[in-house]
Design a protein around this ligand. Structure first.
Ligand SMILES: Clc1ccc(Cc2nnn[n-]2)cc1
Ligand SMILES: [Zn+2]
Length: 265
């Protein structure tokens, strides 16, 4: 079967063929984050602020892999995550984005059915587990919290100066499979809201094959603003079949018996 993607022929509705867990899994991601009614997110006063230690990256590769664009620092990066719902320290692996071809779609998670134009994912793996010592091993570990992904919604507004070094680079990786060495330093901390206090958290999975159910999800309530021009830059990135990547987001999955916790009222 052709490698997975987001077109009619190889998109999310076909992934179960190579990845049965797509249809049989009971903790798949993304989900629709419902804030009122029966299955709504429940306030948990024990949830603490998320703590990130992201020294500016000095060496990284920016890659268009045909289904997203990802920023991956060199192996020596010391960026770490802790706090929030986590009991362990996690190591930063990479960040990437999901987006749509217009402002009414693009995010993977939804809030009461609403989609944002894009979603930023910061991927981390548990660096204190005795069972694995790399991201790839973590994915294959069957550990329910081997990974932690921080999700930030993007909404259209003012230009985001902190993300400009990234969005300005998109034209340089227009072709699928192309990558560039990131010029200079990148300060990821400056992209994020100052206080990482208000978020939803739940147990889920990767949102692309292998759809491994090993992710502690933390999705922040406050969106990050980017300009229309910055959104358009994502929509000009090609998927390797002569078309722009439009809509590299998986639709929401059933919650099953899961509950979603909220760190805010
Ligand atoms: Cl390293 C990595 C891990 C997962 C994905 C896809 C994804 N899973 N959950 N959110 N995004 C992309 C790159
Ligand atoms: Zn993602």
């Amino acid at each position: 079967m052709a490698p997975w993607g987001y077109s009619k022929e190889n998109g999310p509705a076909t992934w179960h063929k190579d990845c049965p867990i797509a249809n049989t899994g009971v903790r798949q991601s993304p989900i629709d984050l419902i804030t009122t009614g029966q299955t709504c997110a429940k306030y948990d006063s024990n949830l603490k602020p998320v703590i990130v230690s992201y020294p500016a990256f000095s060496e990284a590769t920016f890659l268009n892999n045909g289904h997203s664009v990802q920023f991956q620092p060199s192996a020596g990066n010391l960026s770490e995550l802790s706090g929030g719902p986590l009991t362990k320290k996690y190591k930063f692996e990479q960040f990437h984005f999901h987006w749509g071809n217009n402002d009414s779609e693009g995010s993977e998670h939804r809030v009461n059915g609403k989609m944002y134009p894009a979603e930023l994912h910061l991927v981390h793996w548990n660096s204190e587990s005795p069972n694995f010592s790399s991201f790839q091993e973590a994915v294959g570990s069957n550990d329910p919290h081997a990974l932690c992904v921080l999700g930030f919604f993007l909404k259209v507004g003012a230009e985001n100066a902190s993300l400009k070094p990234i969005t300005d680079l998109l034209s340089k990786v227009k072709n699928a499979g192309s990558s560039v060495s990131f010029p200079g330093k990148f300060d990821l901390k400056a992209v994020l809201p100052e206080t990482l206090t208000d978020y939803y958290t739940y147990d889920g999975s990767l949102t692309t094959p292998p759809l491994a159910e090993c992710v502690k999800w933390i999705v922040f309530k406050e969106p990050i603003e980017v300009s229309t021009a910055q959104m358009e830059a994502f929509r000009a990135v090609d998927d390797g079949h002569g078309k722009p990547i439009t809509g590299n987001y998986r639709p929401p999955c059933p919650l099953h018996t899961r509950t979603v916790a909220a760190s805010f009222k």
